[in-house]
Design a binder for this molecule. Structure first.
Ligand SMILES: *Cc1c(COP(=O)(O)O)cnc(C)c1O
Ligand SMILES: [Zn+2]
Length: 396
């Protein structure tokens, strides 16, 4: 497979084999020609519906089950957002997050290229997703985690039996180190913003665009960490526009947790480059990348779509998580509740008109972290014989 890549920033073209970075320093993405693309008429529900815009691979096993997630209306959130709210529920993916989209494409491409092993640098959802997809494809999976990873999280990753290496040292440097290992060993690393991962993850955007065709939504709001998903969604709307299927792409809004918000801080300064931060603790630990590899690309996406990057604090995130569960029926990971918390903030700033269709991307299910903060539940016990009177007393 001879895939070509291009740099969003300087336009330089190259080959996938040259690695995930342009000589200018920015991340590259796959070079696709969408000019002849049309919305498919086949009934395929997975991300492979958009095969024409994806690398030519043979998805088997779990890969065929990624994507095709529901877009649901959340009318009881309309008031707080001041718009018509839709939620793209990525928790419906096989391992519970959109990471399955990138893993499906990355693992299938590695298999096609003849690799025996894939790898990733992650201690959370991406590690779990890669391990699951590798298990299904029969490839080894090398997961590099920080030495001090909490036991519960390690346990979730270990379910799919990958090779786990705890790495002692500066975890932030591992991304670059893994690129070197990729070149010298027979391991295909599919990290947070690598071209194959972004190719898979752009399908979140393609699905949103197709759901609203022939128009688009007015705005898409999503949590951002490394910037890989954001890059993919931006690319999706660029491709749909280049195909002539959408005149007016949505504004893209990206939300971070205030305790670790390098991209939002650069946005507030008016910079077009992100500076690494120290990064504090947050309930949204899945989006706490203090040195995001695609941070500059996210700034460009927000600027070019007339969107914004913002940060919300943990109280707002937890309140939004409750609102999604109690008013939309969706139990999500704290990290993705930032989308609703961010939309609420944007509404206060007057970012939306009442007639706007606003899509919140709920990036992952909450059921993977249900034990971390299990609330004390105050539910009464009643004798079976008294059931009818008990129900009448409470609901009558
Ligand atoms: C990985 C992840 C994100 C952030 O995605 P990036 O591509 O790293 O920006 C957001 N939410 C959840 C649940 C995630 O697992
Ligand atoms: Zn470049």
């Amino acid at each position: 497979m001879d895939l070509s890549v291009a740099c969003y920033a300087c336009g330089r073209e190259g080959a996938l084999a040259d690695g995930p970075r342009c000589p200018c320093g920015e991340p590259v993405w796959l070079d696709t020609d969408p000019t002849d693309f049309e919305w498919p008429t086949t009934g395929e529900r997975s991300l492979w519906r958009y095969r024409e815009l994806l690398p030519d691979v043979d998805p088997a096993g779990l890969a065929a089950g990624a994507g095709g997630t529901p877009l649901v209306r959340a009318p009881r959130l309309d008031d707080s957002v001041g718009a018509t709210v839709h939620v793209k529920f990525e928790g419906a993916n096989p391992t519970g997050t959109f990471k399955d989209r990138g893993s499906a494409v990355g693992v299938a491409a590695a298999e096609r290229a003849g690799y025996d092993a894939v790898g990733t640098v992650s201690h959370g959802n991406m590690a779990r997703s890669m391990a699951a997809h590798a298990a299904s494809a029969g490839l080894d999976c090398l997961v590099l985690v920080p030495a001090d990873i909490p036991r519960a999280r390690l346990g979730l990753i270990a379910r799919h039996d990958p090779t786990i290496l705890r790495v002692d040292g500066d975890y932030g440097r591992l991304y670059e180190e893994s690129v070197r290992v990729d070149r010298e060993q027979a391991v295909a690393f599919v990290n947070s913003d690598t071209p194959l991962r972004v190719a898979g993850q752009k399908t979140t955007g393609l699905e949103i665009a197709e759901s609203f065709a022939p128009d688009g939504p007015d705005a898409v709001v999503l949590p951002v960490s490394s910037g890989g998903h954001a890059s993919g969604i931006w690319k999706a709307f660029r491709e749909v526009r280049a195909a002539g299927l959408l005149d007016d792409p949505p504004r893209l809004y990206f939300v971070q947790a205030a305790a670790c918000a390098p991209i939002a801080e650069a946005w507030d300064r008016g910079d077009d480059a992100v500076t690494a931060v120290e990064g504090g603790e947050t309930v949204a630990y899945s989006i706490a990348n203090a040195d995001p590899p695609s941070g500059n690309r996210v700034l460009a996406a927000a600027r070019q779509t007339d969107g914004a990057v913002l940060a919300v604090d943990d109280d707002a995130i937890l309140a939004a998580r409750r609102a999604l569960a109690e008013r939309a029926g969706l139990f999500v990971e704290s990290a993705c509740a930032t989308a609703l918390a961010g939309a609420n903030r944007l509404a206060e700033r007057g970012a939306f008109a009442p007639s706007d269709d606003v899509v919140l991307v709920a990036t992952g299910t909450g059921y993977t972290e249900r034990d971390l903060d299990a609330p004390t539940v105050d539910a009464e016990t009643v004798p079976l014989a008294d059931l009818e009177t008990a129900v009448a007393a409470r609901l009558g």
